[in-house]
Ligand binder design. Structure first.
Ligand code: HEM
Length: 470
């Protein structure tokens, strides 16, 4: 892993002469490799090699595009926080517009600011406690459906669970009850799209080709239609109900009093973005957490002890969340080892200085939570699952942005508090009744798609937890 010594990044000076200075990096142009295989090289392997060979910063090219990969908190901070005005989201994020349209993740400038302002109250610290009861109720529905000894794909269960939570808390919609199998529909459409995503990112002019619906892309178009149908139904149901509710969707519908109402398309983009960003990430985080707990029995025992001690068999509430400290540490450590948002990127609008390097406009800057979170300089023995890394003392000793599962700066995840509370409540509620064991022989491999998914799902056996006699 990276060993290059460098203490701090000098202040940027974007007014210097335009004699570009690139960081060291790969000589070969990666375009040829990508085309030869007709699929992208595993980006995690590439980033790992770059970090090992070049340390904190590395340069390579794909075609005529300059790409810089960062693996140091000072550089990461420089791009996401200090110089953020000079950067927009890079090409692979832009390509998610094929699914997300112009929602909060893909929008830029004034459009992004407006959408964030509209949504902000739904994520305010004072609103978050309201969601706790629904989260726990949904977790109870899941734990009551499970049977001792059965084998399940936990990745699918967690996806269903988090889709239901977002639908109910933020969009005041019950997917399960209002129209039968909507949650199944949604989850399988999302799976379909995720499976096609790396292919779509590689495909030249994919945005245009999608309209032509060639056979390879028909599945994408069909899946998108299925997701759209659910979202449009939710919007129509809210319109019918009138302007009485206080859900995020109500806020979106009421966003511009006196102005032209948001178009159906724009509403769809905003809803679908939060729906998918808020379910896919948490579902993956939970699947990885169940897996990590199953592999680390000592941590699992402490996790169960805390849940039993603090809850004494009753259903958790919002007030229990601060007391479930170890559960929170388990979650944080899981987000370190398997960060659902495993990489992020930006695209430079103008020339920029980064440390000793001077880089041209249109450079893509990439950083990877997966790589930085596993760097032994920041996390010794990085592959060991150790929730103790997240005690307040250990956290205060660590440099900021060596750990950034939710990003940083003005585009930092709006759902961070929501996700952390949800994670703690869902894990604690389910773990009161069950523990999960990986089905022997089931392969576990992270697959870097839009999110970091378990490539073969997560087949686990459900085992009953005897309540300890008190
Ligand atoms: C473990 C769970 C989650 C993780 C790891 C995660 C991660 C992230 C990251 C890294 C970003 C920043 C991307 C960038 O700057 O390029 C982001 C943005 C975002 N996230 Fe999350 N997220 C999670 C949960 C949620 C939830 C629960 C919601 C909503 C219910 C949500 C909604 C969003 C939105 C709308 C943005 C765009 C914010 C903006 O650009 O202003 N996320 N998320």
């Amino acid at each position: 892993m990276a060993t290059a010594a460098r203490n701090s990044v000098p202040k940027s000076n974007v007014s210097g002469p335009a004699a570009y200075r690139y960081p060291p990096g790969l000589e070969r142009n990666l375009l040829w490799f990508a085309f030869r295989k007709l699929r992208p090289a595993n980006p995690i392997l590439l980033f790992q090699q770059l970090a090992e060979k070049y340390g904190d910063i590395a340069h390579y090219k794909i075609g005529w595009h300059h790409i810089v990969f960062l693996n140091h908190p000072d550089y990461i901070r420089e791009i996401l926080v200090v110089q953020n005005e000079n950067f927009i989201k890079e090409r692979t994020v832009q390509r998610t517009k094929m699914l997300l349209g112009e929602g909060m993740i893909t929008a830029e400038g004034a459009q992004h600011r407006t959408q964030r302002q509209v949504a902000q109250p739904a994520f305010h610290r004072q609103r978050i406690p309201e969601y706790a009861g629904t989260m726990v109720q949904e977790a109870i529905r899941v734990r009551d459906r499970w049977r001792a000894g059965e084998q399940r794909d936990i990745a699918i269960d967690m996806m269903h669970l988090t889709l239901n939570v977002v639908a109910q808390t933020l969009f005041a919609t019950d997917l399960g009850r209002e129209s039968g199998d909507e949650v199944d529909e949604l989850a399988s459409a999302v799976n379909r799209i995720m499976g096609l995503y790396n292919f779509l990112v590689m495909l030249p002019a994919a945005e245009w080709l999608v309209h032509m619906r060639p056979p390879g892309l028909a599945a994408f178009v069909r899946a998108r239609k299925r997701i759209d149908a659910v979202v449009y139904r939710m919007i129509a149901a809210h319109r019918q109900r009138g302007p009485h509710g206080s859900s995020l969707l109500d806020m979106m519908l009421a966003a511009s009093p006196g102005q032209t109402p948001a178009s159906e398309q724009s509403l769809r983009d905003q809803v679908i973005t939060i729906f998918l960003a808020g379910s896919e990430t948490v579902a993956n985080c939970l699947s990885w957490t169940w897996y990590l707990l199953s592999q680390n029995p000592d941590c699992e025992r402490r996790f169960h002890d805390e849940i039993d001690r603090e809850l004494q068999g009753r259903v958790p509430t919002f007030d229990d969340v601060p007391r479930l400290r170890y559960v929170e540490m388990v979650l944080a450590e899981s987000l370190r080892i398997y960060p659902p948002a495993w990489a992020m990127g930006r695209y430079a609008r103008a020339d920029f200085q980064l440390g000793e390097f001077f880089l041209p406009a249109k450079t893509t800057v990439l950083m990877s939570q997966y790589i930085t979170h596993r760097d032994p300089r920041f996390f010794p023995d990085p592959l060991r699952f150790d929730p103790e890394r997240f005690t307040p003392e250990a956290m205060s000793r660590r440099t900021k942005l060596t750990y950034f599962p939710f990003g940083a700066g003005v585009r930092q995840c709006i759902g961070e508090s929501f996700a952390c509370m949800e994670g703690v409540l869902l894990l604690a509620t389910i773990a009161q009744k069950w523990k999960l064991r990986l089905v022997p022989g089931h392969p576990v491999e992270p697959e870097p798609l839009i999110t970091l998914r378990p490539k073969y799902g997560m087949r686990m056996q459900v085992e009953s937890r005897e309540r300890p006699a008190s």
